[in-house]
Design a protein around this ligand. Structure first.
Ligand SMILES: [Zn+2]
Length: 171
């Protein structure tokens, strides 16, 4: 075997090892530390490993929900969704927001003035902003600001990638 070929095989093995290393993550994300006293509806909790979330979610969903990234404005069809229904966490299906509190913020992100129940989400400081997380699985959902409409004055600015929409069933 020539030196060149040995070098090539070694290089390929090294690249393969690096790909596997990147895929499986040498340092899996540790579980999120919830604020003390955070509750959730019916005490429901969904806790999964970083690997399991990566397997379950799309790349875009994972980047938002566990990477804390923000999707491009106007990239989600849910921004202009105006039918009656419920918005759930894309990770654990926890009901988060009702269409009844959705409003047109013209920001390019789905916006609500209240969570469906108080403890559906919890908030944490994020620099000069306030982060919103799912109270059941701790996934990042977006941020909340104080420039929303009545009656709360809040604007939950969410990533559509972190949500799924369920149409209200006709009664
Ligand atoms: Zn969740």
């Amino acid at each position: 075997m020539s030196t060149n070929r040995l070098f090539l095989i070694s290089a390929l093995l090294l690249i393969g090892a690096l790909v596997l290393y990147g895929y499986y993550g040498a340092t899996p994300r540790p579980p999120h530390q919830r604020p003390p006293g955070a509750t959730s509806p019916l005490g429901r909790r969904v806790v999964k490993t970083d690997r399991a979330w990566r397997d379950q979610l799309s790349r875009a969903q994972y980047a938002v929900m566990w990477g804390g990234e923000t999707e491009w404005p106007n990239s989600s069809a849910l921004t202009t969704e105006h039918r009656a229904g419920t918005y759930h966490c894309a990770g654990c299906h926890n009901p988060l927001f009702s269409s009844a509190t959705k409003f047109e913020s013209h920001t390019g992100w789905p916006s609500f003035y209240a969570a469906i129940v108080d403890n559906a989400v919890y908030t944490e400081p994020d620099g000069n902003r306030t982060e919103v997380r799912c109270a059941v699985c701790d996934a990042h959902l977006g941020h909340v600001f104080n420039d929303g409409p009545d009656p709360t004055g809040l604007r939950y600015c969410l990533n559509g990638d972190a949500l799924t929409f369920a149409l209200a069933t006709k009664k």
